[in-house]
Design a protein around this ligand. Structure first.
Ligand SMILES: Cc1cc2nc3c(=O)[nH]c(=O)nc-3n(C[C@H](O)[C@H](O)[C@H](O)COP(=O)(O)OP(=O)(O)OC[C@H]3O[C@@H](n4cnc5c(N)ncnc54)[C@H](O)[C@@H]3O)c2cc1C
Length: 452
């Protein structure tokens, strides 16, 4: 790849770093969370502020480079980077400003959820955010935002108040209910299709600092019964509580397979204790770490299960009913998991996130049911074929039980080319109109693309 000799001259005001493959910092900067994605951008524009983001867009235009936008770099499909193009990298933009009186927080586009939670929890505040602390707020929010608080407060995007957007021509606008409302509608679900969110402003809520959370775990041999109990418990869940279940390996390296139930109850602690009691009694579990826990600690519980650089291939889709037959199939498929980093996670959807009308934001994922996330992770490249095959075969095995709903942020990199139309359903035509207006030549296309 030839280097650009006069890069600095082409963007004279740029205050961050403009890296090329010959620079020492390049190799680290090009890497994202998923080690399976090994792309080499021609230029990495590490931005320090909104003006740098605008300059990076203009630089991409000048050099006629394909552009990818990196927020937290967690996208499993690798949409945060590009071969031979420009990675517009927001990972140095990590500021969070909380207004405790107004209960709002504004965060720059490179902030991670653990950083956001740390700043907001200082004031006893939080908003719905990712369950793994190292995930970026920007990509997660613009695509949806599944998190522990969603039954009570909606998806992350339901809590977005405004975003400072750098558009495809390098201009900067604010999108909110009052300013560019059509753009504001589109970015709440439409991902990075419409521009780059240099900063995002959220509504926050009083949460914790102590909630009822954590997990219990059972031996895999009991998984059929545990998952039926989990399903029946989900049916009784109020908006205060989110539940998830995971078929996973013990983190101690023993190779023992487990079935965990996780809860996050953000209501009064006495209510949380009452809700948790039958979950702690069932079985009984072989491990019980459920009870009062700081909200930010609860949000870090899963971080260790997702090591940076591990090789990842995921498939995810909803089931509206978790039938006994589906449970049986999932347990059988987990038995065949090829690596101790593999998991099958069931994220329960109900409450506020599911009640928002499908057309009021671009996000069409407004269902009740379970998001089945087949997480294939491994560390040795020679296991790649097996790792990918297991996820695909597991997805195929549960096909009879699947609803058509899929989460755009969990979509695999080799999904069908018309995936966006299926994902956005009734909102797709309106999204295309917004795309024609804000990005008519599809500059922002390294994403689940909405074609103008
Ligand atoms: C271990 C792990 C745990 C996860 N947990 C959750 C979870 O709990 N809940 C959930 O909802 N999702 C979860 N996800 C999925 C997550 O939502 C997506 O991976 C999301 O894309 C991550 O955002 P990011 O900013 O880190 O991604 P990146 O890889 O940086 O970017 C992903 C996409 O978003 C766009 N984008 C990024 N930043 C910006 C920006 N500032 N402006 C405009 N577009 C931007 C990019 O162009 C790209 O298309 C998880 C993923 C992983 C790997």
């Amino acid at each position: 790849m030839p280097t650009v000799a006069n890069l600095a001259e082409l963007a004279p005001g740029f205050s961050g770093q403009l890296l090329q493959p010959t620079d020492a910092a390049y190799d680290d900067a090009r890497r994202i969370h998923n080690g399976l994605v090994d792309k080499r951008p021609a230029v990495i524009a590490r931005c320090l502020g909104v003006a740098d983001v605008a300059d990076a867009v203009k630089l991409a235009r000048t050099l006629n480079l394909e552009a990818a936008v990196r927020g937290g770099g967690h996208n499993v499909a690798g949409k945060g980077t590009v071969d031979g193009g420009i990675m517009i990298d927001l990972s140095l933009m990590r500021g969070v400003q909380v207004d405790p009186k107004a209960k709002t927080a504004r965060a720059q586009g490179g902030v991670l959820w653990k950083e956001f939670n740390r700043e907001t929890q200082l004031h006893g505040l939080a908003t719905t955010g990712g369950v793994v602390g190292t995930t970026g707020i920007a990509g997660l929010t613009l695509g949806g935002g599944i998190g522990w608080l969603m039954p009570k407060y909606g998806l992350a995007l339901d809590n977005l108040r405004s975003a400072e957007m750098v558009l495809a021509d390098g201009s900067v606008v604010r999108a909110s209910a009052d300013e560019q409302p059509d753009l504001f509608w589109a970015i709440r679900g439409g991902g990075g299709n419409f521009g780059i969110a240099a900063s995002l402003e959220y509504t926050c809520h009083n949460v914790g600092p102590t909630i009822t959370g954590g997990l219990v775990a059972h031996p895999i041999q009991r998984a059929n019964d545990v998952l039926k109990f989990f399903r029946d418990t989900c049916a009784k869940a109020t908006d205060d509580v989110m539940l998830a279940s995971g078929l996973l390996f013990a983190p101690d390296g023993s190779g023992m397979k487990l079935n965990g139930i996780l809860i996050a109850h953000c209501g009064p602690l006495a209510d949380g204790e009452k809700f948790a009691a039958p979950i702690k009694a069932f079985g009984p579990p072989v491990m019980d770490a459920m009870g009062p826990i700081p909200y930010s600690v609860h949000n870090g519980l899963l971080d260790g299960a997702f090591p940076r650089g591990a090789l990842n291939y995921w498939k995810a889709q909803f089931v509206t009913e978790l039938s006994d037959a589906c449970i049986k199939t999932l347990v059988e498929r987990f038995e065949a998991a090829p690596s101790p980093l593999c998991q099958i996670v069931l994220e329960h959807f109900h409450g506020a996130a599911s009640r928002v009308p499908v057309t009021s934001t671009a996000c069409a994922m407004r269902v009740t049911g379970f998001n089945v996330v087949i997480i294939s992770q491994w560390t040795d490249p020679k296991d790649t074929e097996r790792g990918i095959a297991w996820a695909r075969e597991t997805h195929a095995a549960i096909k009879p039980f699947l609803a058509p709903v899929r989460y755009v942020n969990y979509l695999e990199n080799d999904a069908e080319t018309d995936a966006a139309a299926a994902i956005y359903g009734p909102n797709y035509a309106r999204l295309r109109e917004a795309k024609k207006k804000y990005d008519p030549d599809n500059f922002f296309h390294v994403n689940v693309n909405i074609r103008p």
